[in-house]
Design a protein around this ligand. Structure first.
Ligand SMILES: [Zn+2]
Length: 172
C-alpha cells in the first residue's frame, strides 16, 4: 500500500477539510472530482465508495474529537479489518487487511487512536468557537489553543481587546 501521506497528516487534513471561509461553513471535499483526486494523492483508490467511507469517517471523527460522540461510533470503520504480519528486510511489518475502498477511512481512525494513545488530548478543536478546524498540539507544555496563530490566535486577541473597550454583552 502506498503510504504517500503520513497517517497523522492525513487525519488532520481530513478533519480540517470543513473550514469556515469568510464566516460560511465550507467543505473542501464537496466537489467529488476534486475530493477523489485528493483521496488518490493520500494513497487511496479515489473511488466513489472510498469517498463515501471517508466522509462518514470524517463526520464521526470530528464529533468524537469535539466530545459530541463516544469513540464507539468509530467502530464501523474498523469492522472486518485485520493486521497481517510479514517479514520485510529482517523485520516484522504489519499490513492492514481491509477492502481497498475502506482502507483510508480505517487509516484515519487508526491515526486518531495512535494519537490518543501516544499524545492524549493533543488532538483537539481550535479554541476559537467560530472556527471549525482542529489542531495537534506539539508544544512541550501542551498549551497550543488555536489552529494557527495567524488565523485564529491574533484574531481572537484583537476581538478581546475590542470587547474590553466596550460594555460587556449579557451572558459573557
Ligand atoms: Zn482556528
Amino acid at each position: 500500500m502506498p503510504e504517500s501521506v503520513p497517517d497523522e497528516d492525513f487525519l488532520l487534513a481530513l478533519l480540517n477539510s470543513t473550514p469556515v471561509v469568510d464566516g460560511v461553513p465550507a467543505d473542501d471535499l464537496a466537489d467529488p472530482a476534486r475530493a477523489r483526486a485528493w483521496l488518490a494523492s493520500a494513497g487511496g483508490t479515489g473511488t466513489d465508495e472510498e469517498l463515501r467511507q471517508v466522509l462518514d469517517a470524517r463526520s464521526a471523527l470530528q464529533a468524537v474529537v469535539r466530545g459530541e460522540q463516544p469513540p464507539a461510533v468509530l467502530a464501523p470503520f474498523l469492522r472486518d479489518t485485520a493486521c497481517v504480519p510479514d517479514i520485510t528486510d529482517g523485520r516484522v511489518t504489519w499490513t492492514l487487511s481491509i477492502a481497498p475502498d475502506r482502507r483510508l477511512a480505517a487509516r484515519a481512525v487508526l491515526a486518531w487512536d495512535a494519537l490518543a494513545g501516544a499524545s492524549p488530548g493533543r488532538l483537539r478543536p481550535c479554541a476559537n468557537d467560530e472556527c471549525r478546524l482542529f489542531l495537534i498540539d506539539r508544544t512541550r507544555n501542551n498549551t497550543a489553543r488555536w489552529c494557527s496563530m495567524a488565523a485564529c490566535g491574533n484574531r481572537l486577541k484583537a476581538r478581546r481587546h475590542y470587547q474590553r473597550a466596550r460594555p460587556t454583552p449579557p451572558g459573557r
